[in-house]
Design a protein around this ligand. Structure first.
Ligand code: ZN
Length: 53
């Protein structure tokens, strides 16, 4: 299956963009919540690892 979700990225000036570079200020963007995402496709797998299910 193809990944259909759009990854929202954010630059240090809090501009949201879909690109790796902010179109407004030209800074590199990054994922606003790199450590936790409710849509993390590996989240379920990770929980199983953590809780030993
Ligand atoms: Zn920006």
């Amino acid at each position: 299956m193809k990944e259909k979700r759009i990854k929202m990225m954010r630059c240090p000036n809090y501009h949201y963009s879909l690109r790796e570079k902010c179109p407004e200020c030209g800074l590199a963007t990054s994922s606003p919540h790199p450590k936790y995402s409710p849509e993390d496709k590996y989240g379920e797998y990770r929980r199983k690892m953590l809780y030993g299910e």
